[in-house]
Design a protein around this ligand. Structure first.
Ligand SMILES: Nc1ncnc2c1ncn2[C@@H]1O[C@H](COP(=O)(O)OP(=O)(O)OP(=O)(O)O)[C@@H](O)[C@H]1O
Length: 243
């Protein structure tokens, strides 16, 4: 199976000298295409740093990151910006929608930023998949939290990215709404052949993934395929996450 992301001996050190923090320590891993991967680990274990390095939002101190065939470490900031707009989608905890734009304008924003023509049929399909066909003219403030996150997911999907990265995408949602959003992410993998990589603290959220990677102290220390939320919670307890 082709890999969506490959990391080889990736290290990330913040700061210098005595204050230096090693957030990732020689991480080598491959994330397969067309699958849903969750990343878990105790607070400070390096999850966000892992996601940011994989998505080209942050540059490793050492090692190589490949998105498909493209090596990110060889790219300058201009090229990385273009890659982020065209080839990766992001879904954050805080939705990050533009309040003054309509739902449709928010969804198509990445296309406008990268001066790419809007494929109307694809836009209609994405809008329908996320269940917002009757809301395209609304502004974010007129939507519920779950609907706003659906807009963010549509915005992430509209460029047909190699990977959709989620950083705690359900962190701001109530339990039922979170389940709807996780089901939608699952459907993008099963029905649209999308690749999703999601950082989460929640074992139930992680149980929607095909595989869970566990980070501790900047290293991948374990993984679980076809995870149940109980199995994920047990591993997290073993890692001392909830002492
Ligand atoms: N910009 C930064 N400058 C200095 N240290 C940082 C920076 N970003 C992260 N760190 C440190 O790197 C380590 C890993 O941080 P990271 O945010 O990746 O962990 P995390 O697992 O996502 O944590 P959490 O679950 O609490 O969000 C932590 O010790 C953190 O304090």
């Amino acid at each position: 199976m082709e890999d969506a992301v490959r990391m080889e001996t990736v290290s990330k050190v913040y700061g210098r000298g005595r204050g230096a923090v090693a957030a990732l320590r020689e991480v080598t891993t491959a994330i397969p295409r067309g699958r849903f991967t969750a990343v878990m680990g105790p607070s400070g274990s390096g999850k966000s740093t892992f996601l940011h390095c994989a998505a080209g939002l942050d540059t490793p101190t050492a090692g190589t990151v490949r998105l498909g065939d493209t090596e990110l470490s060889a790219m300058n900031e201009t090229k990385l910006t273009e890659l982020r707009r065209r080839r990766v989608g992001f879904v954050f905890q805080a939705f990050n929608l533009v309040p003054s734009l309509t739902v449709e304008q928010n969804i198509t924003l990445p296309l406008r930023l990268s001066r790419t023509r809007v494929d109307k049929a694809w836009l209609a399909e994405v809008v329908a998949r996320v269940g917002l066909a009757d809301r395209t003219g609304h502004r974010p403030a007129q939507l519920s939290g779950g609907q706003q996150q659906r807009v963010a997911i549509a915005r992430a999907l509209v460029t047909r990215p190699d990977v959709v990265f989620g950083d705690e995408p359900t962190g701001a949602l109530d339990t039922m709404t979170a389940r709807d959003v996780l089901t939608l992410l699952r459907e993008t993998v099963d029905g649209m052949d999308q690749t999703v990589v999601m950082v989460t603290h929640d074992p139930v959220a992680a149980s929607y993934a095909d595989t869970v990677l566990f980070l501790a102290d900047g290293q991948i220390v374990d993984w679980l395929d076809a995870p149940s939320s109980d199995a994920v919670a047990a591993r997290m307890t073993r890692l001392g996450a909830w002492k």
